[in-house]
Design a protein. Structure first.
Length: 133
């Protein structure tokens, strides 16, 4: 029965790897600023639409050499801010290569987005304050 046990071991490995990939692939996961990254809020990107304010943030590696060759060098996140409820949601995530070209865009359709209240003193909290005042 060693062969069967071995196969079960492989299956378990595959599942956990897939689960992990799935985990980090939520829009929230992709929008997170990691330790070796910097985020820049673009104040000139703020625009009003349907009672909400849209704004853009670009996340890139603090050290550009950390970017995987030919891979995603930066992510441009478009957020929706609801200034009345002091909540925000992710609208679009654009994955961009080193030349700044969008290689993949993940859009959250209106109505499907999940609004959240940013944690106090977090980056998101700061952006929301800058957008809503």
């Amino acid at each position: 029965g060693t062969m069967i046990r071995f196969l079960i071991g492989i299956a378990a490995l595959t599942i956990s790897a897939a689960a992990l990939a799935q985990e980090s692939y939520t829009v929230e996961g992709v929008a997170k600023v990691r330790e070796n990254e910097t985020a820049r809020f673009y104040s000139n990107s703020v625009r009003e639409t349907g009672g909400l304010r849209l704004f853009e943030v670009v996340i890139r590696y603090a050290d550009p050499d950390d970017a995987p060759p030919g891979g995603t060098a930066s992510r441009k996140i478009t957020y929706r801010a609801n200034c009345d409820s002091q909540e925000m949601s992710i609208s679009v995530i654009a994955l961009r290569n080193a030349r700044g070209q969008t290689t993949k865009a993940i859009a959250v359709p209106p109505g499907a987005e999940e609004f959240f209240k940013p944690e106090r003193d977090s980056l998101e909290d700061d952006w929301l304050y800058r957008v809503c005042g």
